[in-house]
Design a protein around this ligand. Sequence first.
Ligand code: GDD
Ligand code: MG
Length: 346
Amino acid sequence: MKALILVGGFGTRLRPLTLTVPKLLIDLGNKPMILHQIEALKSIGVTEVILAINYQPEAMTRFLKDYESKLGMKITCSQETEPLGTAGPLALAKDKLIDESGSPFFVLNSDVICEFPLEKMIKFHKAHGGEASIMVTEVDEPSKYGVVVMEETTGKVERFVEKPKTFVGNKINADIYLLNPSVLDRIEFRPTSIEREVFPKIAADRKLYAMVLTGLRMDIGQPRDYITGLELYLDALRNKGSSKLSSGSHIRGNVLIDESAVIEGGCVFGPDVAIGPECVVEEGVTLSRCTVMRGARIDKHACISNCIIGWNITVGQGACIEDMIILGEDVYVYDKIACNGCVPPS
Ligand code: GDD
Ligand code: MG
């Protein structure tokens, strides 16, 4: 079985992290975002993942080569020369997506991290016999999403309305599709939107079905959502009884520390903290609701809260960094510097 992940956009809302690293390679819970998706796909038997990309191909390709062998699956890129939207990339990768058995394939938007009930989705898809399945979830504010009106009992979609101007319902497209190869015959090779041009037509033909996604789902495109996403992800690890979470008298709530990180005494961590590989955290440091990525060095008695600390950063002694400060790569924060808040509430 195959899968395509749509990896467009520049991730501008996560700058400066995305100035040097493609958004999907940014870690969430000490793991590049895209790996959460690829591992979930692999676990249900997907053997080939195609990344539909339109920028930073070099960084992606380097990363993929590394993980292709680690994961034992084929991961390729399909690169656009101009942005083809959310459907055009499927037309571009058509030959790669079709296999001899004619089996359906997954399509994922890259922003999504959830519990990935993909096995359940395959069963759902086989049972309804339509042409396409989409995962949906309920939200309070549906206007910035694709909204689905469906028959509750069968899941048959009556209407699909992308970013509706007036209220049509609160079940939204949750970024995961399972499509029969015949859907490819509906897509022209040009910049085009699956949500505006393809799903409404399949729904009109009564061949689009929606399955309600339960449990954790997050969209981590913005700093505040990223921190909330980390919280949800660590919670999910806790609920699964994961042994990766740290424990001890210096730990408050959920904290994930890579085994290669060096942690000195007298620190207090948590809640909701991830400390990445090769980090050094000196004595008396306080960390809460934050990620500290690979190679960072946090000097004595520094304090970090509600922030994203990127790669190879040094935070000087006694510095205090709070409230949505995002540091990208190779930044040096001087001793005793206090920085507070630079992203307004969203
Ligand atoms: N390769 C490629 N080329 N990918 C693209 C392009 C492109 O030109 N344009 C967008 N994408 C990718 C994005 O990276 C993302 O993974 C996906 O397509 C969806 O685009 P977004 O720009 O993130 O759309 P959205 O968030 O406004 O809305 C989408 O997601 C919602 C749920 O998060 C829609 O699918 C909505 O229907 C949905 O509810
Ligand atoms: Mg999005």
